[in-house]
Design a protein. Structure first.
Length: 122
């Protein structure tokens, strides 16, 4: 979604900022539900924001580079040491590419209304 919105000018950037703000509020709520104290919330949020920004930038760079780079970026972020990381990252990269393409075909007005159509997972 953010990939698409950055090409929609000022309105797109404003909507992207709204999404980021909502995500931030949701993450703060999650931290509180996990028992993080009010004193530690700001430091935890700064860490989450930096981590999220780094991941998003890495995904964006890899996405525009090549399909294999995108799968590699996703694989690097997957937790655990399972033998399925490569297969999982390729499948996820493939689906996310289909999603990005589908979102780019949707009118900006529908995105502004929060009407998003995501492709079926196959």
């Amino acid at each position: 979604m953010l990939h698409h919105l950055k090409r929609e000018g000022d309105e797109g950037r404003a909507l992207a900022q709204e999404l980021i703000d909502l995500f931030t509020q949701d993450m703060e709520t999650v931290l509180r539900e996990l028992g993080v104290s009010d004193i530690r919330i700001p430091k935890s949020m700064r860490g989450l924001a930096a981590s999220s920004q780094s991941l998003l930038l890495g995904y964006e760079t890899a996405f525009v580079s090549a399909k294999s780079s995108f799968a590699d970026a996703i694989r690097g972020a997957l937790p655990g040491e399972t033998g399925n990381k490569e297969l999982s990252s390729k499948a996820l990269a493939s689906y996310l590419t289909v999603c990005v393409n589908a979102l780019e075909r949707q009118p900006f007005a529908s995105l502004q209304r929060g009407v998003l159509e995501f492709p079926e997972v196959t």
